[in-house]
Every structure is written in structure tokens, then in C-alpha cells.
Design a protein around this ligand. Structure first.
Ligand SMILES: CC(C)(COP(=O)(O)OP(=O)(O)OC[C@H]1O[C@@H](n2cnc3c(N)ncnc32)[C@H](O)[C@@H]1OP(=O)(O)O)[C@@H](O)C(=O)NCCC(=O)NCCS
Length: 128
């Protein structure tokens, strides 16, 4: 899924003429477990709540695919992303040493149980 900067504020669709993609996110769902493959927002849109909207969409999708839990990896030094995930109820469950190469940076593994409740409980959902 992606988000564009069209004046209508359209949330998740392809970029039309004169618009550009300012955020995207992807989820893999296998056997009741979701995995956040990617999530990113254009730098000039950081802090506008777009990251939270994309994550809300991912968790809604995970619920539709009957995921009981959602996992992700995040760089240990990416505190901004970690705060976003924590706000939705993700908790650290482990570390993968040297996961990000080059640079040999460790990944923090985070896990969310019950993605449906997380979306309904957040104050940064799609309508905020
Ligand atoms: C991580 C990332 C996706 C977050 O996206 P974002 O759009 O900035 O996220 P949000 O705006 O929803 O939330 C970020 C902050 O803005 C604040 N915020 C949200 N909506 C806001 C609004 N309307 N007005 C002001 N601030 C707002 C949030 O409270 C949050 O603050 P906090 O981090 O101090 O808690 C983005 O920084 C990014 O793309 N980073 C590079 C790629 C990356 O690291 N991806 C993660 C890989 S695991």
C-alpha cells in the first residue's frame, strides 16, 4: 500500500498525474503471523501522522488475514520508528546480531499480539 500527496489527501492508492508517493508499507501474512516487510514516509512528511496511518492500514490488513501476531525488525538505533511501534503495543522480544549489512547493525525484533485491538485502541488511527 502507498500514500500520495494529492490535494484530496487520498490515503492508499497509486500516484496520479501531478502527485507523488510520500509513503508506503508492506506486510507478509503467513499461517496467522504477520511480518512488517517495510514502512517508510518521505522526509518532508515525517511527524504528520502518516507513519501511524500506514501502520494502522497494515494492522487492519493483518486482522483481515486472521493474524494473531505481527512481527517486525527495526534497527536498534532507529528510536523514531521504535516509538511508533511501541505506541501501537509492539514489544521487544529479541535481537538479531548484525542483521543490517553493511554496517553490521543489530536489529531489534518486536512483536504485537492481537493487532485488531491495537488498531482500535490507538489514538493515531486513520480518523485522527
Ligand atoms: C519511521 C517513520 C515511518 C515514521 O513516520 P512518521 O510519518 O514520521 O510517523 P508519525 O508522524 O505517525 O509519528 C512520528 C511522530 O510524529 C508525531 N505526530 C504524529 N502525528 C502528528 C501531527 N499531526 N502533528 C504533530 N506531530 C505528530 C507522533 O507523535 C510521533 O512523535 P514521537 O515519535 O515523538 O512519538 C519515518 O520516520 C520513516 O520513514 N523513517 C525512515 C524509514 C524507517 O526507518 N522505517 C522503519 C523501518 S523498521
Amino acid at each position: 500500500m502507498s500514500a500520495t500527496d494529492e490535494p484530496t489527501g487520498a490515503g492508499a492508492s497509486g500516484a496520479g498525474p501531478g502527485s507523488r508517493i510520500v509513503g508506503y508499507a508492506g506486510l507478509a501474512a503467513i499461517d496467522g503471523t504477520g511480518d512488517v516487510q517495510t514502512i517508510a514516509v518521505a522526509y518532508d512528511h515525517w511527524g504528520t501522522g502518516l507513519g501511524a496511518r500506514l501502520l494502522t492500514e497494515l494492522l487492519t490488513t493483518a486482522t483481515a488475514f486472521e493474524c494473531r501476531e505481527v512481527l517486525l525488525e527495526v534497527r536498534v538505533d532507529n528510536t523514531r520508528a521504535q516509538r511508533l511501534y511501541e505506541r501501537f503495543g509492539f514489544e521487544p522480544v529479541g535481537v538479531r546480531r548484525g542483521y543490517y549489512q553493511p554496517g553490521n547493525v543489530d536489529a531489534l525484533v518486536m512483536r504485537l499480539t492481537d493487532p485488531d485491538s491495537a488498531v482500535r485502541g490507538t489514538t493515531h488511527g486513520p480518523e485522527s
